[in-house]
Design a protein around this ligand. Structure first.
Ligand code: SAM
Length: 220
């Protein structure tokens, strides 16, 4: 049994290896205390620009992640990816709160990735063995193999349209039935069918439209 103290001094008895869904927001608060992903060095901004992307930061709030998970109902057969995972709070949330086989966060900005790794280490130190189901990669998501993905989330609001098109084309070569959750809509696509639009709270706007698609036809 690992016992730690929350911000208000309340003892948190986390049984080793277990984090109940109700605990997850408390754990996230603890492991991210004093951390955020907003300011990044100029060199990192240039790295993102070279990848023809945008480093703009914002987050899906933890209550919104829970609502998204209620909608997706992930199982132990799922492999979840957050593409552009920032400081990793969605990827870690999914690992801690669900039974997915893997939750992978892919983030290009090194300082954000380092914050995510530190938070994952803190979760493990708190006894949350499920944090081991979370893998964090400091990479360009267009250069990462996504062939095992069944659930993909991307907070794509600021992504250039061309980047999102490339990402959709890459995912379309993935597993039939893959579900893609994107904040920027895909527009017309021969591969994905829109299945839902959720309204979820983000750090910049309440009830942000969040678009859910299913891969119904694979790209050759
Ligand atoms: C708006 S933040 C989303 C953070 C987190 N996923 C969330 O929803 O709370 C988008 C992130 O995508 C990252 N990003 C942009 N282009 C990328 C790329 N090609 N590969 C990996 N990460 C990228 C940015 O650095 C940024 O941290």
């Amino acid at each position: 049994m690992v016992v730690d103290a929350d911000r208000d001094g309340t003892a948190l008895p986390f049984a080793e290896g277990q984090c109940g869904v109700g605990d997850v927001r408390t754990i996230l608060r603890q492991i991210y205390r004093g951390s955020d992903g907003y300011a990044i060095p100029d060199g990192e901004k240039r790295r993102v620009a070279r990848a023809h992307s945008k480093a703009t930061y914002g987050e899906l709030l933890p209550t919104a992640t829970l609502r998204l998970l209620e909608h997706l109902q992930p199982t132990a057969h799922d492999v979840f990816y957050d593409l552009g995972s920032g400081i990793g709070q969605v990827a870690l949330h999914v690992a801690l709160a669900t039974a997915v086989a893997q939750s992978v966060g892919v983030e290009l900005v090194g300082t954000r990735h380092a914050t995510a790794e530190a938070a994952r280490s803190r979760a493990l130190a708190l006894g949350c063995a499920r944090a081991r189901a979370c893998t964090l990669l400091n990479r360009d998501f267009l250069r990462v193999g996504l062939g095992d993905a069944t659930l993909v989330y991307t907070c794509s609001t600021a992504f250039p349209a061309a980047l999102l098109r490339k990402l959709a084309a890459k995912l379309a070569r993935g597993r039939l039935g893959l579900r893609l959750v994107t904040l920027q809509p895909l527009g017309s696509t021969p591969w994905f069918a829109a299945t839902a639009t959720l309204r979820l709270d983000t750090s910049w706007q309440r009830r942000t439209p969040v678009h859910v698609y299913r891969l119904t036809r694979r790209a050759p």
